[in-house]
Design a binder for this molecule. Structure first.
Ligand SMILES: Cc1cc2nc3c(=O)[nH]c(=O)nc-3n(C[C@H](O)[C@H](O)[C@H](O)COP(=O)(O)OP(=O)(O)OC[C@H]3O[C@@H](n4cnc5c(N)ncnc54)[C@H](O)[C@@H]3O)c2cc1C
Length: 743
């Protein structure tokens, strides 16, 4: 796995960033309207060889990869550059691949800056008059006519009525209605249909990348404004109605950007799902960039709507890019056709993808993870059964001590636990691959999940004695841990804990009550947040309290999602001082690390979403009274949206894990995974629950039953480990620099 750009890619990115910063100011962009073309900027890009990025070296280009082109599109998007960069890059490559003297001559002109070529998005035979991106400034249009790539120079621009009807109101993409039948010259190159389709796919990919960065610019400038503008005596960024809108948009748009990278990776590897990923990407990027730029515009209040200010530029530019591509939901339907096969009676779509070249990035978990996955599969072959799968779901905590110890012996229970303490010492990527494999069999293993999180807290902040004493026992599956943070009067406000720890001799007495102490009925030690002084933050101390003793009792809580959790009571519970973690009254520091560890693992949401998608598809393919549900376009959209959200969660999760492994973790990235994953799981489940009614009224272990279960179970995932509101606050503060809204 590698998400680090190559030196060459970084150089390209930074050079373009500089050029655009200098030559694409808001005033200059506005001055290019209504056409949306800056000739001076274009000439600079031509001199830098940007339109020749994807043209092979032996034809005068630099032969760079799809990823290089994507990075250039991102920079153009962030700058709202009024130039047809994407269209020209794609059209020039197509000219190079098409061959023939006419194409070569036009390519020469394009690379020398004497001409601009663009692509028509629809077949010229069936739609001779169409809105062509960059049509207002292009000297040549490449279009498909039947089976041939047709090069048309001097295409007639349809005259604009005097009343302005027919002008694009969305600015800066230079789209224009053209009459492709009326041109000065036309050359058709037979047998180039596939090359043309691949070029369209490349246009779509680069356009989606551009959309994500247009939206990112809108979010960043709205965040900056929200840090300065005051209303009612406060900076508006202190209002969650402002900061949470931005946090949500930031998460979705960052997901779009990463999904574009992932699509490049999938195209480079020729993955069977690459075309479906591209269709999902366009839908996700288009819809979310549009909504994000609208949300950002509104944060500027009235100024956001004023044409002489910049705030509206991003909204109109994202809108233009989205609208020229047509209804984004059609792409989601295409994704459904590609993923599930066409609806009954419809033809399978034919797609082609571009050659990606050396892209440098890589989203695969890697060889060690693949080997670990095989070990997990072997374990499942030995120990897996339908009865066990049901037990894992039905027993409310899925706990089987013998099974956990067998998993421990196979190095699959706590995969990352270091070897020096008796663990298998695998990488986080291998651990994710193991969890994914076990989840495929329905083993989500809730209780060890908490221990898996908490041993890392011991390893990070515990004393040497504690590590030597406990980690080997944990590794062997002999002791389990629980988490005692939440109390009857405080959950999100974790530092408001009241459970008291008071000195008794060399040790401590703990008194109080904790809520929702999951696995507290089986745990040996509970990580306790206790109050040791009145100051809210400087009066917190953490203990790993041994609870198999007098002074500890438990009553169960059963949740709507079949979970077993507990109220735990601490009545003069004796805790020797050696079980303290961190300094007395210094618990906030340890807790910050513990919460970061809790928020770093997001792949479980990917696994749940994947399981939901599989179950819904299983149900949808079963013929019912009204035929196969899968033929219903509403259900196809819902299934594909679930698949798309799973992919977005997956890329956010992989990025978070990769950054963590490379010491580049940023505080908002884990919360982004948690927010996207849990909210997607809940919302997709609820939608599928309704679409699959009335079958989803009944409990079951497959198909509709699993949708029903997911709809109930997913609710708590938006609450535990920090509610969605808390995640949005963290993302707003840590990711966008907005003011804190919590104390
Ligand atoms: C199944 C399950 C398992 C759990 N397991 C554990 C466990 O093992 N250990 C443990 O300690 N806890 C556990 N919890 C508790 C969980 O962490 C808390 O429920 C959660 O942190 C929310 O706290 P609360 O329930 O007190 O709600 P509150 O904090 O009272 O929140 C109520 C509502 O107000 C909103 N809200 C609160 N503060 C803000 C704010 N600043 N801005 C905007 N909105 C806000 C919340 O988002 C929520 O919608 C579990 C919960 C569940 C459901």
């Amino acid at each position: 796995m590698n998400l680090q750009l190559s030196a060459e890619q970084l150089l390209l990115e930074s050079s373009l960033e500089r050029v655009f910063q200098e030559h694409s100011s808001g005033a200059r962009i506005r001055a290019t309207e209504p056409v949306g073309f800056d000739r001076e900027l274009w000439d600079i890009l031509v001199d830098l060889g940007i339109p020749a990025l994807r043209v092979p070296e032996d034809q005068g280009g630099s032969g760079m990869s799809l990823m290089h082109a994507l990075l250039a599109a991102e920079q153009a998007g962030r700058a709202l550059a009024p130039v047809p960069l994407v269209e020209a890059v794609v059209a020039n490559r197509l000219l190079a691949l098409a061959g023939g003297s006419e194409a070569a001559a036009l390519l020469d002109d394009c690379l020398a800056g004497r001409a601009i070529a663009t692509l028509a998005l629809h077949d010229a035979g069936t739609r001779p008059r169409q809105l062509v991106p960059a049509g207002a400034v292009a000297d040549a249009v490449l279009c498909l006519q039947g089976d041939a790539l047709s090069i048309r120079r001097g295409v007639a621009r349809l005259p604009m009525p005097a009343d302005g009807a027919g002008q694009t109101q969305h600015g800066a993409i230079a789209a224009q209605l053209l009459d492709l039948d009326a041109s000065d010259s036309r050359v058709d190159l037979a047998g180039t249909r596939e090359a043309f389709a691949a070029a369209l796919a490349e246009w779509q990919l680069l356009g989606a990348a551009q959309l994500a960065l247009i939206a990112r610019r809108a979010i960043d400038s709205a965040a900056e404004y929200a840090c300065e503008r005051e209303a009612f005596g406060r900076r508006i960024g202190e209002y969650q109605a402002v900061s949470h809108v931005l946090a949500e948009a930031f998460t979705r748009v960052d997901g779009a950007r990463l999904l574009a990278w992932r699509t490049v990776d999938a195209i480079a590897r020729r993955e069977p799902e690459a075309a479906a990923l591209l269709a999902m990407l366009w839908w996700w990027a288009a819809v979310n960039a549009h909504e994000a730029t609208l949300g950002a515009l509104r944060i500027f209040g009235g100024y956001g709507t004023a044409l002489e200010y910049d705030a509206q530029l991003c909204y109109r530019r994202a809108g233009a890019q989205l609208l020229v591509g047509g209804d984004p939901e059609k792409q989601l339907l295409l994704a459904a056709d590609l993923l599930y096969g066409p609806a009954t009676g419809r033809e399978a779509p034919v797609v082609a993808l571009p050659d990606a070249g050396e892209v440098a990035i890589d989203f695969a978990w890697g060889a060690e993870a693949d080997a670990a996955r095989e070990e997990a599969r072997a374990f499942l072959r030995r120990h897996g059964s339908e009865a066990r799968r049901r037990f894992m779901r039905d027993s409310l905590d899925g706990f089987d001590p013998g099974l956990q110890q067998a998993l421990a012996a196979a190095g699959l229970l706590y995969p990352e636990l270091p070897r020096e303490y008796g663990g298998p010492g695998r990488s986080p990527r291998a651990a994710a691959a193991i969890r994914e494999t076990l989840a495929e069999a329905g083993w989500h293993m809730l209780m060890p999940g908490i221990t898996d999180m908490l041993w890392k807290v011991i390893h990070h902040a515990g004393s040497d004695w504690m590590k030597q004493e406990l980690l080997p026992k944990i590794a062997a599956g002999e002791v389990y841990l629980a988490m005692g943070y939440t109390e009857p009067t405080s959950g999100s406000d974790i530092f408001a804990a009241r459970t008291a720890a008071t000195r008794k001799g060399d040790g401590w007495l703990i008194n109080g009550q904790k809520m929702f102490t999951s696995s507290g009925h089986r745990s040996d030690y509970n990580l306790m947040v206790t109050r040791t002084a009145p100051d809210k933050h400087r009066g917190i101390t953490l203990f790993l309290a041994p609870v198999r003793q007098a002074g500890y009792s438990v009553t169960e809580i059963r949740t709507i999602g079949d979970e077993r959790t507990n109220v735990t009571f601490y009545n003069d519970l004796e805790v020797p001082d050696r079980y303290r973690i961190g300094e007395v009254n210094g618990g906030v520091k340890v807790l910050a690390a513990a919460l970061a560890i809790e928020q770093s693992g997001g792949d479980l949401y990917v696994n749940w979403l994947r399981e939901l998608g599989r179950a819904a598809l299983e149900w949808a393919r079963e013929p019912g009274a009204e035929g196969r549900p899968i033929d219903d376009p509403r259900l196809r959209l819902a299934l594909a949206a679930t698949a798309a959200r799973m992919q977005v969660t997956d890329v956010l999760s992989r990025r978070s894990l990769w950054a963590f492994e490379h010491g580049q973790a940023r505080k908002h990235e884990g919360p982004m995974v948690k927010l996207m994953g849990s909210e997607s799981w809940m919302n997709c489940s609820q939608q599928l629950l309704r679409l699959a009614a009335p079958d989803t009224l009944l409990r079951g272990y497959t198909g509709a039953g699993l949708i029903e279960w997911s709809a109930r179970r997913s609710i708590s995932s938006t609450i535990f480990a920090g509610t969605s509101e808390i995640q949005r606050s963290i993302i707003a503060e840590a990711g966008l620099g907005l003011p804190r809204t919590r104390s």
